[in-house]
Design a protein around this ligand. Structure first.
Ligand SMILES: NC(=O)c1ccc[n+]([C@@H]2O[C@H](COP(=O)([O-])OP(=O)(O)OC[C@H]3O[C@@H](n4cnc5c(N)ncnc54)[C@H](O)[C@@H]3O)[C@@H](O)[C@H]2O)c1
Length: 272
């Protein structure tokens, strides 16, 4: 992928950081987006400016060009400006990875979910990806090539108790992926989704999502990984690097005929 321009949302930490370094190792130039500040109504800390710059530094170690943008994917104007600056600087976006996502406000049954809780989850986890696609796809269509990879979740395939907003948004993201795959197949642009299962909060990547899921489920702090491992057919948690490898493959020329696919990286969780 040497010389390709890859844009990744939610790149400050976690799976976004794993994806960024995987693409950088393959020689791709990167534009890394993250809100990099707290969002009202989100009950856990989000990525920070210094984490976003740390991801960029790790990528630059591979000798590629990296630009960071502080963008909230709920903000159409901000996202549009970032895409505009990218096209001005690099001339194109070859790959868009819609990774930014929230897992909560969650932890309650449907009748306790407020309008604000619901709006926030859908706005970030579903509409955020839609906004980014709407901004980036016209350039891909003009060039007759491009790939979008949406990071959904096993929550896009099955239900999880007390996570209605997350589950609904991720099911919607898979629907959006399939519809867009059909819209853009005639234009040489592919759209696929990856569904990670329970991903370990790797300290090197500074991810916190599994801990937040555990908090929502009221699982004991230090014990929660064991509980998630017990539900995995493979008897271990998924590595963010394995998710990133699937994302990179879907974005690459090796997946030329793959579009509208939903690739699970879940240790077999959803096949039972
Ligand atoms: N960790 C898991 O177990 C797991 C499992 C399945 C799916 N996923 C999905 O993978 C993706 C990444 O998850 P992660 O575990 O790395 O989480 P994370 O919380 O560690 O990282 C998410 C990043 O997205 C950013 N972000 C959140 N809202 C944003 C917004 N409005 N605009 C821009 N950036 C925003 C955060 O600041 C953070 O840096 C998410 O879409 C998540 O739903 C994660």
């Amino acid at each position: 992928m040497t010389g390709d321009l890859v844009m990744i949302t939610g790149a400050a930490r976690g799976i976004g950081r794993a994806c960024a370094t995987a693409f950088a190792a393959g020689g791709a130039d990167l534009v890394l987006l993250d809100v990099a500040e707290e969002i009202d109504g989100v009950p856990y800390p989000l990525g920070t400016r210094s984490q976003l710059e740390a991801t960029a530094a790790l990528c630059r170690d591979h000798g590629v060009s990296v630009t960071t943008e502080r963008v909230d994917i709920r903000d159409t104007a901000g996202a549009s400006a970032a895409v505009g600056r990218t096209l001005e600087r690099y001339g194109r976006i070859d790959v868009l990875v819609n990774n930014a996502g929230l897992v909560s406000p969650s932890g309650k049954p449907v009748h306790e979910v407020t309008d604000d809780d619901w709006q926030l989850m859908i706005d970030v986890d579903l509409t955020g990806a839609f906004r980014m696609m709407r901004l980036v796809l016209p350039g891909m269509v003009r060039r007759g090539s491009g790939a979008v990879v949406n990071i959904a979740s096993t929550a896009g395939l099955v239900g999880y108790r007390h996570f209605a907003g997350y589950v609904a948004a991720k099911h919607g993201l898979i629907g959006l992926t399939k519809a867009a795959a059909l819209d853009y197949a005639p234009h040489g642009v592919r759209v696929n989704a990856v569904c990670p299962g329970s991903v370990r909060d790797d300290p090197d990547l500074e991810g916190v999502m599994l801990a937040e899921i555990a908090r929502c489920l009221e699982l004991p702090g230090t014990e929660h990984e064991k509980t998630f491992v017990a539900t995995q057919p493979t008897n271990r948690l998924v590595r963010a690097q394995d998710v990133a490898a699937s994302v990179k493959w879907l974005a690459s020329a090796d997946a030329t005929d793959v579009t509208g696919s939903v690739v699970t990286v879940d240790g077999g969780y959803t096949v039972r």
